[in-house]
Every structure is written in C-alpha cells, then in structure tokens.
Design a protein around this ligand. Sequence first.
Ligand SMILES: Cc1cc2nc3c(=O)[nH]c(=O)nc-3n(C[C@H](O)[C@H](O)[C@H](O)COP(=O)(O)OP(=O)(O)OC[C@H]3O[C@@H](n4cnc5c(N)ncnc54)[C@H](O)[C@@H]3O)c2cc1C
Length: 426
Amino acid sequence: MYHTVIIGGGCLGAATAVSLQRKLNSIGKGEKVCLIEKAVLCAAESSRHSGIVRSANADPDASMMANLSTKMWKDLSGIWGLKMELDEFGAIWIAKKNEDGENPAWSELAERMKKIDLTFEEISSKSAISKCGTTLITDENESYFFEPDAFQLDPSILRSTLYNAIDANGVDLYEKTEVDSIIFKGNEIIGCTTNNGKFDAKNFVNATGAWSSQLFSKIGLKIPVTIEPVSVVNWMESPRQIKYEYPIIADYTNLCYFRSWRGNKMHAHQPRKRSVYEIAKNFINDLTAVNGGEYLNEPMNQSLAYNQIKNYEDISKKRFSNIDKTVYASGYRSFFDITPDLRFILGKDSKYTNLFHNLGSGQAMKYCPVLGESVAEEIMNESLMTKKFDYKKFSINRFGDDYMKAFWNLVQGEENTLHRQGKNTL
Ligand SMILES: Cc1cc2nc3c(=O)[nH]c(=O)nc-3n(C[C@H](O)[C@H](O)[C@H](O)COP(=O)(O)OP(=O)(O)OC[C@H]3O[C@@H](n4cnc5c(N)ncnc54)[C@H](O)[C@@H]3O)c2cc1C
C-alpha cells in the first residue's frame, strides 16, 4: 500500500509528489508516493504555459506566495533536490494612465511590494525602450513599471526537471495510466482503479486540474472548475531586433503577454478574463462537462484559424513596430482551468478525510514549488510553509451551496445580468 497516491501528473501533481516523497525519505520508513498520469508527465496545461514567473500581484497572499516561490525556483535543491535553468530578464508592466496622468493602483502596489522586499518600480518610457529596443511602441498616456526579479522558464526544461526530480527522489510514476473510478468506504478513500490495475493508499491527492469536476463527481463531490479557452501564437523574430534576453511584457493596455522564446521567437497570449460575467460564461458553457480537459488534445486545437492569427497580429502591431515584417511560426489553442473566484483549491477535502486537492485556477505553474510543498506539509501534519500565507483561504470548503448561490446572484444582478447582456448584444 502506498503512503499517498497522487492523481494527475501536471506540474502541481509532480511537485506535490516530489515534496512529499522527500519528506517520507527523511523519516526513513521506506514509505512511497505514487504519481498516476493518464498521458505523459505535463501532457496538459503544464506544457502549454508561457513559463512566466512574476510576483507583483493585487492579492497580498498571491504576492507573498509568488515571492516565496521565486526564491524556491532560484534554488530547487532544498525541495526537489536539484537546480533548474531560468531566464532572468525581468518584466515590464504597461497600462493606461488615468485622467490625471497617473496610475495610482500600481503606485500603491509598488509601495506594498516594498514591504515584502520586492522591487516593482515606475520607469520612464525611455527606460522601457532602452531595455527592449526601439521596436517597442510607447505612448505618453501609458505608465511603465519594471519588476527586475521576474523571470521566465522553458516549459520543456521544467518537464525534464520534474522527470529528474521524480527519479532522484524515488517517486513511483505511472504514465499512460488513467484513473477511472475511486473506491471509498464511509468518509475515506481506499483505492482507485485504472487500466493498469488497482492502487491502494493511505492518502489521495487530486491534481487533475480541469478534469477534477468530471472525475470526482463519480464520488459525489462538486469541484467547481471549468475551462477558459485561450490561443497562443509564436512569431519568428530576428535576434537583431528582439534579443532572446528580452524582458517579459505584461501589456495591460492591449491585454496581452509577450515573452521571447527559444529559437528567436516572440510568444504571445491573452490573459484570463477577470469579470464575473466572463467567468460565469465559461461555467455556463462548461466545456469540461462534455470532454473535460480533453479539449486540449483535439487535433484541430494544435493550430490557429487565420482570423485568430490576424487578431494577435493586430494586438501585437500596437506594441511592436516591426511585427508585420515577422513570420508566423506556430500557434495552438489551450485553456486556463478556472474556479469561480479565480483562486486555487488547496488542501483537505470537506467530505473525504484522506483526500487533498491541489489545483490551480489558470496560473499555477509559477507557484508549483510552494503549492507542492504546502499540500505535502498538510499531509504530513507540518506547517513550515503554510504558516507563511493564508493557506486555509484556498480550502474547497468555501464553495458551499451558499457560495455558488451568491455567485449566480451576482451574475444575475441588475447591472450585469447574463440575460441583459444577451439582450444588449442582440
Ligand atoms: C497559454 C497559457 C499560458 C500560461 N502561462 C502561465 C504562466 O506564464 N505562468 C503561470 O504560472 N501559469 C501559466 N499558465 C497556467 C499553468 O499552465 C497552469 O496553471 C498549470 O500548468 C496547471 O497545472 P496542473 O498540474 O494543475 O494541471 P495540468 O497540467 O492540466 O495537469 C493535470 C493532469 O491530470 C491528468 N489527468 C486528468 N485526469 C486524469 C485521470 N483520470 N487519471 C490520471 N491522470 C489524469 C491530465 O492528463 C493532466 O496531465 C498558463 C496557461 C496557459 C494555457
């Protein structure tokens, strides 16, 4: 019998497996963690991300966690037993100024970040151009902030690092093994069945991301996760104009993130939508109800339609003067796994006493060392990491019937009803 079976081999499942196995190894009783992945490691969202790690965030807990995570990424030997290559080029944030020519929200954020020793400072447009080159289009009505400690990582390097950490620490990884049913007795999970046989364990972790609601509805759990589709495009660039060592551009004027990619490419995608209405639309259309995260593996999603490429070209042209002279290299459709409040679901389940969740709400890659370590700690009854931020606030308990009722009421409010929005668009 395993100490813990982790279902889902994305970056969160893998990080939890490695953190937990290291803790068990240090006790020396020979107890083992098993990681079950229905495809291959990081087959889903965890290989389709942009590898951006930024810490400045409107939510103080998120900044604190990202800051902790940044330190861990820079030396993973303490939690994964090895190191990983990072590209530390910083990030430039861009947004429109208000009528008074200011950006009070970000100035306030900069002050708050100082308190956790994080540099997020306003810079001039000239300074932004000097960091990015003359092809960056600036505007006097915009403000520019620089986060020097932001960095990017390569998704394929993260994937190899996780394979190495799994082997080095002795996690049993079962790939191409799909959990089809979960067996429980009272309030305890006792096993799960797969195409490779039955697995028993003392604890279970759900790290199936966008597949969570489908898989766990079989044992009567409601996990409010759905997907928001997003497109990604890579442009072939000249290193003479956009060097590989290019800062990440978080462009809130045009709602697009840009980063340089290996092989002299410029990578772009749009962020998650944040309004309740947009989130609700995804829950209403719930693509996970039809085919779960399989949406991702649809062959037709491995390329972009012409109009989507043109959309990105239009957005990119507003930020870079040379984009019409670049070449479209590749693109694909992917998704963000989102919860109603866009926060993670972490820790002990509200019904099954030996089930723990670790899922991410569309932006978890950068936090995966912290989230893996935190869930491993909870399983081991430790609290070194989880006492550093408000871990409990991410518990699945928050999504009781009252929460979902309030969520749908919010959407049905006078100002912003789906019904009314529907009418407006007719
Ligand atoms: C375009 C894009 C850009 C992004 N950029 C960033 C970024 O810059 N920074 C950042 O921090 N985040 C980013 N993200 C988000 C990040 O990729 C995700 O938050 C993260 O990868 C989620 O990891 P996960 O392990 O929870 O999920 P997944 O990687 O989806 O893993 C879930 C795994 O569970 C497996 N599974 C499901 N059901 C079963 C079953 N029944 N049995 C066995 N296995 C099962 C699946 O095959 C899958 O591998 C981005 C996402 C997208 C789409």
